[in-house]
Design a protein around this ligand. Structure first.
Ligand code: PHE
Length: 471
């Protein structure tokens, strides 16, 4: 069989930037700050950090090493490791195929808000029914989604070096600059309510930083741990096939362990900065109650109101904020598309162009259905974990809450027990380097990670095993 030279990142920096660009996404911006504020501030941060350097580290390193060892995409890598485990690769490829459509729909919403603030109509975007009016419209969300999907496609079409790596290396520094500027601004503001109460940005920062130990109970602590783990898992882009695909483009001489550390530092710092940017601003203008919103409610309803209350500066800050979110979302969606495209290329032995076009059409059709979920195809469904939602939420639930833990538990069993950790450790130490966190890696992969992931899966199914423990 004729084998073409596989693409690769130009070096360690290119790989780290691309992987970090994938990891830094909507999760860092709209979920991390909210969880941190809700789950006891500094306490959540500490737990998150501990999990990042242990649990997150083990899973991330495994996926990257699987990619580099097999030089295969998620769809084909598992089968290459062990024939019997081929189906796991199929699930690992279905996950990004399910995420891409709705991620592009949300990306389209971000474009809409970016344009609103860019053209000076921030005040309108802060209106009570603006968001609902927009997503229930049958045309506008579809057009915005198509624009976002096209941007994603163009970057992936340009290839690993000229597309993904170049885009990541440009977008990430801009993103870091924007987030620092807005964070500093957020810390300097203050606001006086009609009743005379004054709230300042620095008071808001305290909510994020200072551990709130007053209300710590066993059940609260367990909830915080599970929240931190779920967030970490999603935030590092684990179990979506992405890190396997990117690992397969990593050079043999580059250090996997060092790269993983850098990716984690990058991802966690941005999530933390997002907290510094959002928590004080929301607290100053909306008080503690304002911090109760997360996800779309925070980004598309609460924050536009905060920006409009900032007065003349509001349009500029809003515009910078949505530009930042757009970068974060676009670099993530590029990585999801790449996970699918690389899978199609390896499995069907087709060119990048053809693979990209096929997935473009699939994602487009599904994304239109997601958009219609808010109007023509509207219905409400209660998911097993108690959340109520529409088509977007169903796809999010199946991919994130069910399939992703399954892929990761499977990976832990395959590497930890079937093939044994040494198979992956050999890949990590191939460049002659010592694997410093080797023991931790083995314990995490074989025992701790699968158990924690199983609990996460059970919680998603509405069978919270921790409830019994507490009772
Ligand atoms: N890691 C991303 C985030 O934190 C999530 C993500 C990445 C989702 C890539 C899909 C694809 O938002």
């Amino acid at each position: 069989m004729e084998k073409k030279e596989r693409n690769s990142f130009t070096g360690s920096l290119g790989f780290v930037m691309a992987a970090a660009a994938s990891a830094v996404g909507l999760g860092n911006i709209w979920r991390f700050p909210y969880l941190a504020a809700r789950d006891g501030g500094g306490l959540f941060l500490v737990i998150y950090l501990i999990l990042a350097v242990s649990f997150g580290f083990a899973l991330l390193i495994s996926e990257i090493a699987i990619g580099r060892k097999t030089r295969q995409s998620p769809l084909t890598a598992y089968g290459e490791l062990s024939r019997k485990w081929k189906p796991l690769g199929l699930i690992a490829c279905i996950v990004p195929m399910m995420i891409l459509p709705y991620y592009c729909v949300i990306g389209g919403w971000v474009i809409k808000y970016f344009l609103a603030f860019l053209t000076g109509s921030g005040a309108q975007a802060a209106g009570d029914s603006y968001f609902t009016d927009f997503i229930t419209d049958t045309e506008s969300p579809v057009i915005m989604m198509i624009i976002f999907l096209l941007i994603t496609m163009i970057i992936v079409l340009a290839g690993v070096n000229n597309g993904i790596e170049k885009f990541s290396k440009t977008a990430m520094p801009v993103l870091v600059m924007l987030i620092i500027v807005i964070s500093v601004f957020s810390l300097t503001i203050s606001h006086q309510d009609a009743d005379g109460t004054v709230r300042t940005g620095l008071q808001g920062l305290k909510i994020l930083l200072i551990p709130d130990l007053s209300s710590v109970t066993l059940s609260g602590l367990l909830t915080t741990i599970m929240d931190a783990m779920g967030q970490l898992f999603y935030s590092l882009s684990i179990a979506m096939g992405i890190m396997i695909a990117y690992g397969s483009y990593m050079k043999d001489g580059d250090s996997i362990e060092k790269s993983v550390t850098q990716i984690e530092i990058f991802d966690t710092s941005i999530a933390f900065l997002a907290g510094v940017m959002i928590i004080p601003a929301v607290y100053v203008f909306r008080g503690k109650e304002g911090l109760e919103a997360s996800g779309p409610g925070l980004m598309f309803v609460s924050l536009p109101k905060v920006f409009s209350e900032m007065g003349p500066m509001g349009n500029l800050v809003g515009c910078m904020f949505f530009a930042l979110v757009l970068f974060a979302a676009a670099t993530s969606s590029v990585s999801i598309l790449e996970a699918v495209v690389s899978s199609f290329m390896d499995h069907f032995r087709i060119e990048r162009k053809k693979a990209t076009l096929i997935e473009f059409v699939i994602a487009l059709c599904l994304a239109v259905i997601v958009c219609l979920g808010y109007n023509r195809l509207y219905f409400e469904v209660t998911l097993p974990n108690g959340a109520v939602g529409q088509i977007l939420d169903i796809m999010d639930y199946i991919s994130n809450n069910l399939l992703m833990p399954i892929v990761s538990i499977g990976t832990c069993i395959l590497i930890g027990w079937v093939l044994k950790p040494d198979s992956i450790i050999a890949e990590i130490t191939k460049n002659g380097e010592k694997f410093r966190r080797r023991k931790l890696f083995v314990i995490m992969l074989r025992y701790v990670a699968p158990i924690l992931l199983l609990i996460l899966l059970l919680i998603a199914l509405g069978l919270n095993p921790l409830n019994r423990l507490i009772k």
